[in-house]
Design a protein around this ligand. Structure first.
Ligand SMILES: NC(=O)c1ccc[n+]([C@@H]2O[C@H](COP(=O)([O-])OP(=O)(O)OC[C@H]3O[C@@H](n4cnc5c(N)ncnc54)[C@H](O)[C@@H]3O)[C@@H](O)[C@H]2O)c1
Length: 145
């Protein structure tokens, strides 16, 4: 990733970053994992959220290993109740949300004729409804701050 010999600029000291999709679906680095770690390096307290708790914990452990503050939460962004719980937990722990990062995304490739409506709706749910649900929950918190 970044050159760790360079001192990070602490632009996010005191801020709280809530990252949905903060794990990585493969080994190594995905966008969400990299962004979450970078938020931590720049001083933010990071809430690493993922449907895959082990992946979220991996990201949070990297951040904590660099003496930065992070917690991992499990949440499926297509489930409104999960999103409500993740946002409530974030506010309970850190009292605010300054950054909402909607990184969750999936792809489902295939021949047009082979793609079922079920597969189509799953992609729409994860990639679009998830963003709606997180924004609906987080924006009012930001507006109250
Ligand atoms: N990595 C790239 O170079 C790149 C470039 C352009 C676009 N993208 C797209 O950006 C998105 C994110 O990229 P990435 O590299 O972080 O991908 P990634 O797959 O490594 O990470 C996405 C994370 O989202 C999680 N996730 C999936 N469904 C979820 C759900 N319903 N609720 C909560 N978490 C869920 C996964 O478990 C995974 O940890 C993907 O859609 C990807 O296709 C990636």
């Amino acid at each position: 990733m970044s050159d760790r010999s360079r001192q990070p600029v602490m632009r996010l000291s005191g801020r709280v970053a809530l990252v949905f999709g903060a794990g990585s679906s493969g080994p190594g680095w995905g966008n969400g994992k990299a962004a979450a770690v970078q938020y931590g390096r720049e001083g933010a307290r990071v809430v690493a959220v993922d449907i895959n708790m082990a992946a979220a914990q991996d990201t949070a452990a990297i951040i904590a290993g660099e003496d930065c503050q992070a917690v991992a939460l499990a949440c499926d962004v297509t489930r409104a109740g999960d999103v409500v719980a993740a946002v409530e937990e974030t506010v309970a722990r850190f009292g605010a949300i300054d950054i909402l990062h909607n990184n969750v995304g999936i792809t489902d490739m295939g021949d047009l004729e082979a793609i079922t409506e079920e597969r189509w709706h799953r992609v729409m749910d994860v990639n679009l409804t998830g963003v709606f649900l997180t924004c609906r929950q987080v924006v009012p918190v930001m507006q109250r701050q």
